[in-house]
Design a protein around this ligand. Structure first.
Ligand code: AGV
Ligand code: CA
Length: 312
């Protein structure tokens, strides 16, 4: 069955997995992409914004972009954030001169409100980074709540260990929530449907050498070269963090095209915003109902990536 048409606003935070997600999103004919916001969380803002514009240009899409200006509470490791510099320098994204300086730089949380209000019908907000912009947008413009069809969010760790390894933290949180726990609380308090992809399911889709190398067989096509290069940039993660780099965000994005890749369960959730467990999403009876991905067909997901990101 063909996936249903959606208007989408994408808020990502510039890691290789986020940029792979952007590329994937532009391949979905049924998605009307209305704007892309970059949150300066797991990236350096300038190269991540620049790479975002170059990817949109590579695939011939004229989509507005916006820069996140709001700070998070717990900064990402600089060693991860610099990946955006590497992506922005990839030859496939620099086949011509890009004018990446733009005079108008509206703040992402303001732009989000404009994109949502201007759309002729409610919009899906896809968030593969922290929810800071959306939370602030809900505070400043309560009317946007009714303009949101669904929030699709990569974040949380329900029944598995988190991925935050920082002094003073107990390791139960996932990074997108940890960066700004209050933002997740704010979005949980809004009357909008939320579909969440926690580590419980994304742990099942590590970037494997086979997956990355599969793109080499299509060498010479811009989209597959970029996809394979983005995956190659993720290697070394297991060696330096003892946790693999996963297709966290790209799995979340694939939901918009092939929701049957995962199965779902409604979980009543709360988020801890203080102390050594801050950023942890927990089950709590009477808590906020969130549709959570629980299982994934990883073979089907890999086929989806290859079908969408390689020619013919
Ligand atoms: O926690 C997963 C989120 C995803 O949105 N990000 C990476 C994905 O974009 C943070 C993150 C966790 N572990 C990481 C991360 C790692 N080893 N390297 C870079 N980022
Ligand atoms: Ca991300």
């Amino acid at each position: 069955a063909a996936p249903r048409r959606r208007r989408v606003v994408f808020d990502h935070d510039g890691a290789p997995d986020d940029l792979l997600s952007l590329l994937l999103l532009t391949r979905y004919d049924h998605v009307d992409l209305r704007g892309v916001a970059v949150t300066p969380a797991d990236c350096l803002l300038e190269p991540a914004l620049s790479a975002t514009r170059k990817i949109l240009d590579l695939v011939g899409r004229d989509v507005p972009t916006a820069a996140g200006v709001l700070p998070g509470r717990n900064p990402f490791p600089l060693a991860w954030r610099i990946d955006a510099l590497r992506v922005d320098a990839l030859p496939v994204l620099n086949q011509k001169d890009h004018d990446t300086t733009r005079a108008d730089r509206p703040a992402a949380h303001e732009q989000l409100a404009t994109w949502l209000m201007r759309a002729p019908a409610p919009v899906t907000v896809l968030a593969t980074g922290p929810l800071t912009n959306l939370a602030r947008c809900l505070d400043d413009h309560p009317r946007i709540e009714s303009r949101i069809e669904e929030v699709v969010f990569m974040g949380g760790a329900l029944d598995v260990t988190g991925n935050v390894n920082q002094p003073g933290h107990d390791g139960t949180a996932e990074w997108n929530v940890f960066w700004d726990p209050g933002a997740v609380r704010r979005v949980f308090d809004a009357a909008v449907p939320i579909t969440m992809f926690p580590l419980d399911v994304t742990d099942r889709v590590p970037v494997t050498p086979d997956l990355a190398r599969a793109f080499g067989r299509h060498y010479g096509h811009p989209v597959s070269d970029l996809a394979g290069s983005l995956l190659a940039l993720t290697f070394g993660t297991l060696e330096t963090t003892s946790l693999p780099y996963c297709c966290w965000d790209s799995l979340t994005t694939s939901y918009l095209a092939e929701p049957g890749i995962c199965t779902f369960e409604t979980v009543h959730c709360d988020v801890i915003t203080r102390g050594e467990s801050q950023g942890r999403v927990v089950r709590r009876s009477g808590g906020r109902a969130v549709r959570c991905a629980r299982t994934v067909d990883s073979g089907r997901f890999h086929r989806h990536l290859l079908t969408m990101l390689t020619p013919g």
